[in-house]
Design a protein around this ligand. Structure first.
Ligand code: PMP
Length: 438
């Protein structure tokens, strides 16, 4: 009898697989998944942050069964439905006033960013978009077209796209120098080949997550905001991965001290169900009817799940929990840094944390292979942890927002063991050949 993982390989397309180890799960509850060989796996990814309340959260479960018990259709394209309207009203109440115009609902961060990228150009008549090198805004043609992540090298970019550097304090000489260098490059672009009055919008991630969980220097985005305001450039905050409580605040842009014009939500919004949202000024978001829609956009079941997620985050102060447990997790990880030479840098906000592995701390050469080994070994030990980064050497922590300190400590103990095993060569290198990651 083939295993679940083998059946997956024989039946499901590799086009959408991003595999780090042979994980096959049959269930899950809270911060734990159950594997098909009946192991309990502590989930420090939460399906890349999508399972924001953990697995099988009662609030999501109840909301979904209620919405399905008396189903108000499947779409809001040609009919209003209550959960979609209530969700929109709720989202309008949590964004800055300048963004609180209208809400567009989609399925994924990708379709939301693609829609925003199209509509800002159409509505402003300005053909250009600024985004960051290393940024990941999605996997559809239009969202890849405004992304700068190397995994999408060779994919056509939007004709008006200019990629600018995202300041990386660890690699670019510290916070001040990183900010100044990145800003100087932007200013020279705007003074030359990229006339600012042709730029519709600037897309930013409050923490550049798939690019390596890079936390921008304090003040950097305030300086960017000033430039954008001067030239009427719209600021789009892509909160898909680190928004809605994960950073320790409800909106991750709050850490930057800025007020974006458009806010994009995804992943954790649905607590595991597919739903995304773009929230922005009416003049942009009402540009024209039938501009960007797919049949089950505004699905009442997914919208009901999202409402339950937002209600739970608020009621249980999960942003506060993310801040507190995140602080604890960072402290525990700092201990690992004392112990393991592979650990070059630990950074993050709340429960959005990256651990960058380097071959040695002086050269900071990315320890790409060791990162893959560590994730693989951690899985064998019972911890689910993937990696990100433009050099694939940053372990990414996006656990459920409900994570407890005890669970955080238990996960760090497993990672500690995994790093020890990698350092002592206790790794089946051949087993990894099928797991290229990214
Ligand atoms: N934006 C950001 C910041 C992301 O991290 C991602 C996914 N990693 C996306 C957009 C795309 O989201 P999805 O894959 O759910 O479409």
């Amino acid at each position: 009898m083939p295993s679940l993982y083998e059946r997956d390989l024989r039946s499901l397309s590799r086009l959408s697989q991003l595999r780090f180890f042979p994980q096959a799960v049959v269930g899950g509850n809270g911060s734990y998944l159950t594997s098909d060989d009946e192991r309990r796996l502590l989930d420090f990814s939460a399906s890349w942050g999508a399972a924001s309340l953990g697995h099988a959260h009662p609030a999501v479960r109840d909301a979904v069964s209620r919405a399905l018990a008396d189903q108000a259709g499947a779409s809001h394209l040609s009919s209003a439905n209550l959960p979609a309207v209530e969700l929109a009203e709720k989202l309008l109440s949590i964004v800055p006033r300048r963004a609180a115009g209208r809400v567009w609902l989609g399925h994924s961060g990708s379709d939301a960013n693609e829609t925003v990228a199209r509509v800002v150009v159409a509505a402003t008549g300005r053909p250009r978009i600024l985004a960051f090198k290393g940024a990941y805004h999605g996997g559809t043609t239009g969202s890849m077209a405004v992304s700068g992540h190397p995994v999408q090298q060779g994919v056509p970019k939007a004709p008006g796209l200019t990629l600018i550097p995202y300041p990386n304090p660890y690699r670019d000489g510290g916070t001040e120098e990183a900010a100044n260098t990145a800003l100087a490059e932007l200013e020279s672009l705007l003074a030359g080949p990229v006339p600012p009055n042709e730029v519709a919008a600037l897309f930013l991630e409050p923490i550049q997550s798939d690019g390596g969980m890079v936390v921008p220097p304090e003040d950097y985005f305030r300086r960017i905001e000033a430039i954008c305001r001067r030239h009427g450039i719209l600021i789009v905050s892509d909160e898909v991965k680190v928004g809605l409580g994960r950073s320790g605040r409800l909106n991750a842009f709050e850490h930057l001290g800025i007020e974006p014009d458009i806010v994009v939500f995804g992943k954790g919004l649905g607590g595991g169900l597919p739903i995304s949202a773009a929230v922005g000024p009416e003049a942009i978001m009402n540009h024209s009817p039938a501009f960007s829609f797919q049949t089950v956009h505004g699905n009442p079941v997914c919208a009901a799940a999202a409402l339950a997620v937002l209600g739970t985050i608020e009621r249980e102060d999960l942003a506060g929990n993310a801040a507190e447990v995140g602080r604890h997790l960072m402290q525990e990880l700092e201990r690992l840094k004392q112990k393991h030479a592979l650990v070059g840098d630990i950074r993050g906000r709340g429960l959005a944390i990256g651990v960058e592995l380097v071959t040695d701390r002086a050269s900071k050469n990315p320890a790409k292979q060791e990162t893959a080994f560590t994730a693989y070994r951690a899985f064998e030990l019972g911890l689910v942890l993937y990696y990100v980064g433009v050099s694939s050497n940053v372990l990414e922590f996006t656990p459920p927002l409900t994570l407890t300190k005890e669970e955080a400590s238990a996960g760090v103990a497993l990672l500690d063991q995994a790093l020890t095993d990698v350092a002592s060569g206790k790794i089946d290198q051949a087993a990894l050949s099928n797991f290229a990651g990214w």
